[in-house]
Design a protein around this ligand. Sequence first.
Ligand code: MF3
Ligand code: CO
Ligand code: CO
Length: 255
Amino acid sequence: MAITLKSAAEIDKMRIAGRLAADVLKMIEPHIVPGVTTDRLDEICHDYMVNVQQTIPAPLNYRGFPKSICTSVNHQVCHGIPSSKVLKNGDMINIDITVIKDEYHGDTSRMFVVGKPKIQAQRLAQVAYDCMKIGIEMIKPGVALGDIGFAIQTYAEKNRCSIVREYCGHGIGKGFHEDPQVLHYGKAGTGVVLEPGMTFTIEPMVNLGKRHVKLLPDDWTVVTKDRSLSAQWEHTNLVTDYGFEILTEHPDWPL
Ligand code: MF3
Ligand code: CO
Ligand code: CO
């Protein structure tokens, strides 16, 4: 599959989808409190997307995924399925939102801490955020994806954290997961060279312990093998003529 360069009209639609995805994260924030279940968070997001935004929750029925959002708690790395699991004080949770509006996808996730944050959780969430930020700020025409992966990996490892290798960022547009694959590790000077009009996510998964992961029997939930905490942030980005535009930025949460 080839990398598609988006036209001005397509970019306009992706800006709208991106902002709507960010709005769901903003909307759900006050509901993330001790005692709430991840099923309830899914239900609130689903209703908001379908009834208020009139967007389609992209995860629902995607390759058999049963819910409208992903909720990954503590040592869960990604693709956690909302359930009757009750959030407790000190938990950390990634909520990953993907909406479809007018045929185009917006994909974004971020960490939230439930109640009072623990020092280690806070540190990991910050390292993962900085990894995403370092990657995004490198985006401009002529930069290779390997340069970005290398910078992200170097920063994570300097901070005694590790980067998950089995999952990566991705091109996005009419498709949820388009080419190219955006690795969060790698070798400088290798891989796809960025051009204006490309749209892709950067979504590093960063572990406090070792990088290895395993898939739970539900066939979706990815967890760290050593049960160490894991954190992830994600934005959908556009390569512009001279740099980048974050399509899923919320004005209350600038990069
Ligand atoms: N939103 C995830 C990503 O960032 C993909 C979730 S696929 C699902 O690419 F089926 F689990 F929803
Ligand atoms: Co994504
Ligand atoms: Co996502």
